[in-house]
Design a binder for this molecule. Structure first.
Ligand SMILES: [Ca+2]
Ligand SMILES: [Ca+2]
Length: 107
């Protein structure tokens, strides 16, 4: 499958600056202590929307960090996030705990 090259949009830097529990709270909008797929997609979509300066739901090359790359639609981005969510959900309970959330992708 084609790699969308989206890792740059993931808030990897936040990892370095907070504990897993603090990081989880950024996602956990309903406060139940775990991250659902909807919470995961919603939180990480904010990064997309910040980059999508003209708000058309597509990141064009000139909106991507570095100013180059293939255009990415919000739907492609969110589909990618959902795949990633299910990869991270090691115990397949449909939620990410702080440990699952902060493990390295593919780890
Ligand atoms: Ca939650
Ligand atoms: Ca889980």
């Amino acid at each position: 499958m084609r790699r969308l090259g989206l890792l740059f949009l993931l808030p990897a830097l936040v990892h370095a600056q907070s504990t897993p529990a603090e990081y989880l709270r950024l996602f956990d909008t309903d406060g139940d202590g775990r991250v659902s797929e909807a919470e995961y997609v919603a939180h990480l979509s904010e990064g997309f929307q910040r980059l999508d300066r003209n708000g058309d739901g597509v990141l064009e090359a000139d909106e991507l960090p570095g100013g180059h790359g293939k255009p990415i639609t919000l739907k492609q981005y969110q589909d990618n996030l959902r795949r990633q969510f299910h990869k991270l959900d090691r115990n397949h309970d449909g939620y990410l705990d702080a440990h699952e959330l902060t493990q390295p992708p593919q780890g």
